[in-house]
Design a protein around this ligand. Sequence first.
Ligand code: BGC
Length: 398
Amino acid sequence: MKNARLFYLLIVALAMMALVACGGAATTPEPEVAEAVATEAPAEEAEAPADEAEAPADAASGKVGIVLPTRDEPRWVQDETRFREALEAAGYEVEILFSQGDSARERSNVEDLITQGVQVLIITPHDGTAAAAAAEAARDAGVSVISYDRLIRDTDAVNYYVTFDSIAVGAQQAQFLVDNAEGEGNPLYLYAGAASDNNAFIFFEGAWGVLQPKIADGTFRIINSDEAVALQDKAELSREEMAGIIGQVTTNWDFNTAKNLAEANLTSATAEDKGDVFILAPNDGTARAIADVFATDTDVTSFLVTGQDAEQASVQYIIDGRQSMTVFKDVRTLVDDAIAAATALLAGDAPNATGAYNNGVIDVPAIQSPVVTVTQDNLVEALIDSGYYSADDFTGLE
Ligand code: BGC
């Protein structure tokens, strides 16, 4: 956590400098970022602004390869679409391959792209540690590696990390539950992402930081994880402790796993553990699967369920009152950041970085984007007025 504080201090310091420069007032700082450290920003980095998504004429000849984890989740199809639009507009040749939740396929996708002569690889690993070998193969072939959204762990073969503020994702999910809970002993069901994804830990860490004090003071009662119950008085958990909890409540980022786990949890819960329930669901796909299960249990009087990604199907669920919130991660920003980094790397420059994430071996220079809580109240403003979706994509919008 010492490293996280350093990163946090750096962000705050940079924000203050920017505010001083603009004559503005300081705002509430964001929560800490897990396993991140401060890095000195070398002079040349300052000259490569993050919003430089437009490729300069000479760099636009580069070939960029992209490997995404699966086509089975709308989240990654969104990324594919936004990448294609932005890279083609910037004049790059682009090849996008999907690994379909299989590290061996991911590796052969990377080999394929190396053979095709890509100079930059943008990759979201299926399994953060298993992807180290693929990153090393790319590095050995002279290809620069950008870790996209998920961090590749345990290797020095990663040049750069483009991400959202994943601590804030978990914190916003938890805050929504806290803000809507009254009284004591409210039943809380915890669900998490895949343990092979570093983000699952960061999301959980962010959520735990907000939920734990409200579990300790009796507002919530954890129903479905005795590992979490055993740790409920600890404000900060080690990675191993989180792994213990995640092992019990993982959805593996898979709809069926989420559905089966929710069914099993409700089967073993008593009527007293139901009533008005609160559900921490890690993302939209699993939220819909879990919500559908809770909706059919007659002992569940009401439930609130979180999500993330603002997937179209979940936005419709929110409009229909079947999912309570999502955390909007504007993929357009992430794509622009990745393209700016690719442009810098193709030009032989260091991409702009605002900090770094430790991946177990090195501090990977990183840039991270903010996220926004979306409920029925701000859905139109956040997702329609911003041009992310069109009103025609939904029914029942006023
Ligand atoms: C991403 C989420 C996504 C999840 C499952 C995470 O690493 O950050 O946006 O929902 O993986 O694919």
